[in-house]
Design a protein around this ligand. Structure first.
Ligand SMILES: Cc1cc2nc3c(=O)[nH]c(=O)nc-3n(C[C@H](O)[C@H](O)[C@H](O)COP(=O)(O)OP(=O)(O)OC[C@H]3O[C@@H](n4cnc5c(N)ncnc54)[C@H](O)[C@@H]3O)c2cc1C
Length: 491
């Protein structure tokens, strides 16, 4: 936390009298959900007169993207959200979008040779099966996740009251004290064993759930794990028409100026005692630049990342940018599933829409889903297993022909998207800063402790509030301790 304190002192020292007028121009680098939400929150706070330029080197939506198969679009990146995703729910309402109708489908876990857990149509039978195999581990898992989420949800209250944090550690401490900070340093398996979950449940069920959401095992850090396991608490949902509509919708609502270009560097200029940033960008093979009062970097920074942004004239805390990303391939296969591979020679009898996998050594895929298009009509029904369907396969490497042949009897097409999907959550994670300089912010700092669409939205609101509180020198709204108590007395 010392780094954040030094930055704050520098900030106070460099405060200029001109700070009672709003900033003129703000740059946001990246038009994924993080950048789009940041543009929206920044405009809400600073008002409609500030010009917001959003730079995007690829496609608006970033890791929210679709692939078209047979004239219908399917999610190829971030696919669904849990019921705790409050900012996403607000965006959908604000933009007049709809949550996509849920189409029921059963799941099973594949252990490499056979299915080791199968969901049935009967809720009570499912409960009984889980209890029979794993005792009360499932209940203990639910209690653990519930406790973590209950604490994490405090962030929405803090944000509603205008509080912001200059570092990830400050944010985590404020919502979950040392328990959350420790959870970035310990593995999921360690934390779950401690609350009485069995090793067998971890190896068979938790590992399968974590592989499906992060492509990683139960040795990953507990905080990220708990955030993704929150999906077990209630229904998952998605946006009718495609999740990326939230990004384009927010940018349109904000009237942000979207510049299709790659930002190459951010250089510091000091004028009249305050920082001014020169953003350099490459567009159609030519270099251009523009000046900004505030800059938000809304893409992950790490050595070897494809954002490739350098900083001139100042030294942001570079030691924080270590770490690596997990590569994940989404393959959308239009074809006939080979249900024999899962022990069902007759495809008509294969009842599952979703197969998760354990980390058995011969398993080359993390999850396999019979997916629905982004638009679902009232009459839509999921394809039966004996029919050709669109299957989404998540795997760490592109699928080779023999692997495709083992999963599918035959197929019409295979389309892929290769992602640097999420950080590799070793159980010794750094907790980077949101504030890289006076008015330069790093939204994806939070992604280094957990990655999801909602996490990027939470980080977007945090950097917008941080920029606002710093701009107007409202330092009582930054890095405050004991906020639960403070907020109660404020009410
Ligand atoms: C296969 C897959 C499945 C997933 N499933 C889920 C899920 O079910 N639920 C969930 O909540 N999350 C899921 N996620 C994670 C989720 O998609 C991400 O956490 C979230 O979309 C990240 O948003 P972001 O805006 O922070 O980053 P990004 O979406 O990565 O946006 C960053 C943007 O910045 C742009 N950019 C980078 N460098 C530059 C530059 N130098 N100049 C200009 N622009 C630049 C990029 O092109 C990109 O568009 C999944 C991710 C993947 C890959």
């Amino acid at each position: 936390m010392a780094g954040a304190a030094v930055l704050l002192i520098t900030l106070v020292a460099s405060a200029a009298a001109s700070r009672d007028t709003p900033p003129r121009k703000i740059a946001v680098v990246g038009a994924g959900i993080g950048g789009s939400a940041a543009a929206h929150f920044l405009q809400q706070l600073f008002g409609p007169r500030v010009q917001i330029d959003v730079y995007e080197k690829g496609t608006v939506g970033g890791r929210l993207a679709t692939i078209t198969v047979n004239k219908q679009q399917y999610e190829s990146g971030g696919a669904s959200f849990n019921s705790f995703s409050l900012h996403m729910q607000d965006f959908v309402k604000l933009l007049g979008l709809k949550q996509r109708r849920e189409v029921a489908g059963k799941s099973a876990i594949f252990g490499g040779e056979q299915l080791i857990l199968e969901e049935t149509d009967w809720y009570l039978l499912n409960l009984f099966r889980v209890w029979w195999h794993y005792g009360i581990s499932f209940l203990r898992l639910q209690m653990w996740v519930e406790e973590v989420m209950e604490k994490f949800m405090r962030i929405y209250k803090y944000q509603a009251h205008g509080y912001a944090f200059s570092g990830v550690e400050e944010l985590l401490y404020s919502v979950g004290e040392y328990t959350f900070i420790n959870m970035t340093q310990r593995s999921v398996a360690e934390c779950l064993l401690e609350v009485g979950v069995t090793q067998r449940f971890i190896d068979e069920v938790i590992t399968a759930l974590l592989r499906a959401s992060y492509g990683q095992s139960a040795t990953m850090a507990a905080f990220a794990g708990a955030m993704s396991l929150a999906g077990i608490q209630g229904n998952l949902w998605a946006v009718e028409g495609g999740n990326k509509l939230v990004c384009s919708g927010l940018l349109k609502l904000t009237k942000a100026n979207v510049i299709h270009a790659r930002v190459t560097s951010v250089a510091l200029h000091n004028t009249e005692g305050r920082a001014l940033y020169q953003v350099w960008y490459e567009k159609e093979d030519k270099m251009h630049s523009d000046f900004y009062d505030i800059v938000v970097i809304a893409t992950p920074l790490y050595v070897g990342s494809n954002s490739n942004i350098t900083f001139d004239g100042f030294q942001p805390p570079f030691e924080e940018f270590v770490g690596s990303f997990q590569s994940t391939v989404t393959s959308l296969v239009h074809g006939y599933l080979n249900s024999s591979y899962f022990g069902f020679p007759d495809p008509k009898l294969f009842p599952f829409a979703s197969i998760l996998s354990t980390d058995a050594p011969n398993l080359f895929f993390c999850a396999l889903d019979n997916i629905c298009p982004v638009n679902i009509s009232a009459t839509f029904r999921r394809k039966q297993p004996q029919e050709a369907a669109i299957w989404r396969v998540l795997s760490p490497q592109p699928l080779e022909r023999p692997q495709l042949k083992s999963l599918f009897r035959s197929y019409y097409s295979v389309q892929t998207a290769q992602w640097q999907a999420y950080p590799q959550y070793g159980s010794r994670m750094a907790t980077p800063l949101f504030a890289l300089h006076d008015q330069l912010f790093y939204l994806n700092a939070l992604e280094w402790v957990a990655s999801s669409v909602e996490i990027s939205a939470v980080a977007a609101k945090n950097v917008a509030l941080l920029a606002y509180n710093r701009w107007y020198q409202d330092l009582d709204k930054i890095d405050q301790k004991d906020l639960i108590h403070k907020i109660k007395t404020e009410l």
